[in-house]
Design a binder for this molecule. Sequence first.
Ligand SMILES: [Zn+2]
Length: 86
Amino acid sequence: MSQVEGFWWVTFEDRIPGCIDHGTEEEARAAASAHGSVKTIKALPYPASPRLAPVKNEDFPSFCYRPAACSGKGYCINPGGRACTS
Ligand SMILES: [Zn+2]
């Protein structure tokens, strides 16, 4: 694939949120819709748990611990200025 791939935090109408760890936004939306009714989809700086199948980058740890806060920002910064990875 030539397009930039990313990590996406997806919220659903009918289940708990999760991370799609590959693809463009449209690809992630398509993958997420297999899990439930997609509400919102936002870019994540790093993968986060829970990871939704199909997980492409299993070797990439779920570095982002607060995906609801970090999604859409493009970086991980928590209250107190701490990154999820620190
Ligand atoms: Zn984070």
